[in-house]
Design a binder for this molecule. Structure first.
Ligand code: ADP
Length: 704
């Protein structure tokens, strides 16, 4: 059992340190923690094996790894607690000392190893480990005193206490072994491990395991383990263990012939344990729930609010309901004094703040552009925790940008709302009342609920899009028929008016009236033709026509038609633009329409720009882009959402079909059309056409 305990702590140390390292290999604190976990695990594995018969040679592994435990602890503490102080580096004598002491120990072990415990080598290693551990504890204590937050200081003292206990018990156990040396060759198999451990049981291993667990929390969550949280977990485990002891104890008493039939009786106890565990499994979460409720009230409240939200999510019918439900639940939980939810708005080319709760010191940003905030979410980052981002921002400018945005949005913790690899939005939380941040469990629970909210949101959005599509399809079929019915009589009306115009006996006034009839029927006919263009299904005639040529042709046509006075046109074509198959006639219709709108938006003149380039869309698809820009009136934010709606126009003589047709044509090419505008300063329409057969990629190339 003694050897097993050391071995278990070694497994825990390896599991925690490797687990944290794999999550983020670049983090210096995790690298140091990996070294600490590795050294501790090797030392304990060496020691536990050396307790077993025939494996006394493993003592050398224990000694060598033991020499490295304290130095790696100093290194980890420095990187965890003195992160912000660039001047405080791990003292070089710690490293140099380890390099000197470890071989000296190995030599002493080889020279004086007579099988007796303790040996001079273990004395040397012990003195070295103790001295370095004192350095580690001193640095931890100093860091604790420099911490400004009261709650953090209290926790660091806890950490200090646990590590000190581990060191003190190791010392006591070693002293015990020193004062009562044993000769392992005389020991029986069953008594060897206990005798070699010495008179004091291996309490140090429990504290070493606890210290590793505390450190893990500091490294992974950038926060110290909440003591209440720890208590709640220990209580859960303790209650479960007590219940098992009770059941097994009763079985043991009931089977009172244990010594007579040891095999049968062990089997009965095993059976009772299995039955207990099977029955206990459903009870486990209730026990955890009660312990949580008793010791960690805040977590309990958050869990309860999140559970309730999870139940409500599937009943929501609209995205706005979802925003309200999520924010209300989080705010009511008492664990998010400020929370906000951002959703993608294609018309603003950014994420718009859809709702806020709490009293943020600063209002959150209204619109946030996609990159670089979404970049890491698209690559699989499950959340942004401000303390982690702050640490990484020191070395990585991309993280610095993310940090600046998080601070501007008052966020402490951000979860993405994803649909596949596309970011639909995100959820921010901050809790000003508690400076201790969120625990690992709370973050995981919040993440699970955000994922569910993402699924519901994606379904709601595609449902709304489907409804709209159906409505438009029905309307399209109906109105296409109607348009035909209008065009035929129109032709008759125009023909009749033109016939009457030929009568020489008509006065000037009548001629004028007939001309009005002809002009207006022409206009009406144009509207109907445009509408048919929009409503009628069409097939693209695709051919690999260079987009640059098309833009040049459009520019020449616009110049030939004559630019209004004061409008200057420039064309900027990207070199070596890839060629994609397009329907040149329809794409030219798109460009002419965008150019016409741009010119109309600059009644007093301005700059008209036509530009091509290679770019990526929001999902990471590579493609070619045409940008049509003007320095005209710009577009009001309340109009922006309706630009592509058929018949929406702000012009007295407009049909409101131009942009709707453009969008339809571009979408038929598999592309998208976007707009960026600043009222009073101008507008840019961007037409994106994807490159064929290009799988979605996510590189660090300059995003749009
Ligand atoms: P129409 O030009 O017939 O009004 P469109 O669908 O082409 O129809 O445009 C719809 C509306 O979009 C316009 O009425 C105008 O308000 C707005 N719009 C389009 N392009 C621009 C632009 N470049 N600058 C400002 N507003 C624009």
């Amino acid at each position: 059992m003694t050897a097993l305990l050391y071995f278990l702590v070694a497994v825990v140390a390896v599991g925690l340190s490797v687990g944290s390292f794999v999550e983020d290999r670049q983090d210096p604190a995790r690298q140091a923690f990996l070294a600490f976990g590795g050294a501790l695990a090797l030392a304990y594995v060496g020691f536990s094996l050396s307790l077993l018969p025939g494996l006394g040679a493993m003592r050398l592994l224990y000694l060598l790894a033991g020499c490295a435990v304290a130095p790696t602890a100093v290194w980890t503490f420095d990187r965890c607690f003195l992160r912000d102080e660039e001047t405080t580096r791990t003292p070089s004598f710690v490293l140099a000392g380890t390099i000197l002491v470890a071989p000296a120990c190995a030599a002493a072990h080889a020279w004086w190893s007579d099988g007796l415990s303790p040996s001079p080598a273990s004395l040397l290693a012990g003195v070295w480990a103790l001295a370095t551990m004192v350095v580690a504890l001193r640095r931890l204590w100093n860091a604790q005193q420099r911490t400004h937050l009261r709650i953090d200081r209290a926790r660091m003292r806890w950490m200090f206490g646990v590590v000190t206990a581990a060191v003190a018990f190791t010392l006591i156990e070693q002293l015990g072994r020193l004062l009562a040396p044993v000769d392992p060759s005389t020991l029986s198999f069953s008594s060897r491990a206990v005798a070699l451990q010495g008179p004091v049981p291996p309490i140090s291993a429990i504290f070493a395991g606890l210290s590793t667990y505390f450190l893990y929390h500091t490294v992974v969550m950038s926060r110290l383990l909440d003591v209440t949280e720890l208590l709640s977990r220990i209580t859960t485990v303790l209650l479960s263990a007590l219940a098992l002891v009770l059941v097994d104890g009763m079985t043991f008493l009931w089977v009172d012939t244990f010594t007579v039939f040891p095999f049968h009786s062990t089997f009965q106890i095993l059976l009772a344990s299995i039955l207990f565990l099977a029955a206990y499994d459903p009870l486990r979460s209730s026990i955890a729930w009660w312990a949580n409720r008793a010791f960690d009230r805040r977590s309990y409240q958050l869990d309860a609010a999140l559970d309730q939200l999870e139940r409500a999510l599937p009943t929501l019918l609209e995205a706005t309901d979802l925003v309200e439900a999520v924010l209300d639940a989080l705010h009511a939980s008492g664990r998010a004094s400020t929370c906000s939810l951002y959703l993608w708005d294609p018309h603003q080319d950014g994420f718009v703040c859809a709702g806020v709760r709490g009293q943020p010191a600063q209002r959150p940003l209204a619109v946030v552009s996609a990159h670089p905030f979404t970049d890491r979410f698209e690559r699989g980052a499950p959340w942004y925790l401000v303390s982690t981002i702050r640490r990484r921002a020191k070395h990585d400018p991309q993280y610095a940008e993310v940090l600046a945005l998080m601070e501007a949005m008052n966020a402490e913790l951000t979860f993405p709302l994803m649909s596949g690899q596309t970011v639909l939005g995100w959820l921010h939380l901050a809790d000003e009342a508690w400076t201790d941040g969120y625990s690992a469990e709370q973050i995981l629970h919040l993440q699970a609920v955000s994922q569910k909210a993402s699924v519901v949101l994606a379904n709601l959005e595609s449902f709304a899009a489907l409804e709209e599509q159906k409505r438009l399809a029905a309307l399209g079929a109906m109105s296409a028929g109607l348009a035909h019915e209008i065009r035929n009589p129109l032709a008759g009306v125009k023909g009749a008016a033109q016939f009457l115009q030929q009568d020489p006996g008509l006065g000037d006034e009548s001629q004028e009236m007939l001309q009005i009839i002809v002009d207006e029927t022409d206009r009406l006919n144009e509207v109907v033709s445009n509408f048919l263009d929009y409503a009628r299904p069409f097939e693209l005639r695709l051919a690999p026509d260079p987009l640059n040529d098309l833009v040049e042709r459009t520019s020449a046509l616009v110049h030939a038609q004559g630019l209004p006075a004061g409008v200057e046109a420039t064309v900027d074509l990207a070199e070596a633009l890839p060629v994609v198959p397009i329907d040149a006639a329809r794409m030219s219709q798109v460009l002419l329409n965008l150019v016409r709108n741009a010119i109309q938006a600059m009644p007093d003149g301005g700059a008209l720009g036509l530009r091509t380039r290679v770019g990526r869309d929001r999902t990471g698809r590579r493609g070619i882009e045409v940008l049509v820009s003007d320095t005209g009136t710009g577009i009001d934010p309340d109009v922006l959402g309706r630009l592509f709606v058929p018949f929406f126009t702000t012009k007295s003589d407009g049909t409101g079909l131009g942009l709707a047709i453009c969008q339809r044509i571009v979408q038929a090419h598999g592309g998208a059309i976007d707009v960026a505008t600043t009222p009073g300063r101008g507008t840019t329409f961007l037409v994106f056409l994807p490159l064929p057969a290009d799988p979605p990629t996510h590189t660090d190339e300059e995003p749009r």
